[in-house]
Design a protein around this ligand. Structure first.
Ligand code: PLP
Length: 240
């Protein structure tokens, strides 16, 4: 399958998932995850109209983004989706238009300081660990609906986060574990959407974005309210 065929199929699946929930496909942004893909593959996708790309490592992005931007047929938006070390934050800020992986207070403070220094407002998402998998990054919110201590801890953190200057908290991001039975991801995505609604009520932040859904589970994520899906292998094929 070519990248073109893959993109057409993904758009069809997104449109079908939206139709099932009475949503408009325009509410869903496809971020093509180009990690471990060469610039040529990214440019091929860009030539087919893809405007949003995701990378998970700053070093790789530093090499790739300027090369791709220079040859791209339209301006591209780059999304940082991987865990960000504090010492790499300074390099990440000028490369990316959105950072999905704000997963602890320390990195939020660091990014806010950098945005203040560079006099920009930085769009970010808060990465949330809903599934409780130990291998996952993110603010821990497993069982937040039932466990009031989990909820109170994060609400405290939110009070601090929302006061950080120049950090534009646009919404939430999560990763579901890989399941053969994709339906098992649904409660995780539904829980993230509910968390967003609860935070909206408590903090008077609009939080429009829900970044959730990857190659194996994006139709379920779209049914549960994803506004951004992060899709790698289903766009580009296996990683190199
Ligand atoms: C790699 C990655 C993706 C894309 O995964 P695929 O299975 O290739 O679609 C999405 N989100 C994050 C955070 C990733 O690291």
């Amino acid at each position: 399958m070519s990248i073109q065929d893959n993109l057409e199929r993904i758009q069809e699946h997104i449109a079908a998932a939206c139709a099932r929930r009475g949503r408009s496909p325009e509410e869903v942004t496809l971020v093509a995850v180009s990690k471990q893909q060469p610039p040529e593959a990214v440019l091929e996708a860009a030539g087919l109209g893809v405007q949003h790309f995701g990378e998970n490592r700053v070093e790789e992005a530093q090499g790739k983004i300027p090369v791709v931007n220079q040859r791209a047929p339209q301006p591209l938006h780059w999304h940082m989706i991987g865990h960000l070390q504090s010492r790499k934050a300074k390099d990440a800020v000028p490369l990316f238009q959105m950072i999905h992986s704000v997963d602890r207070l320390k990195i939020a403070r660091k990014l806010s300081d950098l945005a203040v220094m560079q006099q920009t407002r930085l769009p970010v998402l808060l990465e949330i660990n809903i599934s409780g998998e130990e291998a996952k990054y993110g603010f821990p919110l497993t069982n937040w609906q039932r466990d009031s201590s989990v909820r109170e801890a994060f609400w405290q953190t939110m009070h601090t986060l929302r006061e950080l200057p120049q950090l534009d908290i646009r919404g939430l991001m999560t990763m579901a574990p890989y399941y053969d039975e994709v339906e098992r991801t649904r409660p995780i995505f539904a829980s993230l959407a509910e968390l967003r609604d609860a935070l909206r009520g408590s903090f008077r932040l609009p939080l429009p974005e829900l970044s959730m859904g990857m190659s194996n589970d994006y139709p379920v994520a779209v049914e549960e309210g994803a506004t951004i899906v992060r899709i790698g292998r289903a766009v580009f094929g296996a990683r190199h």
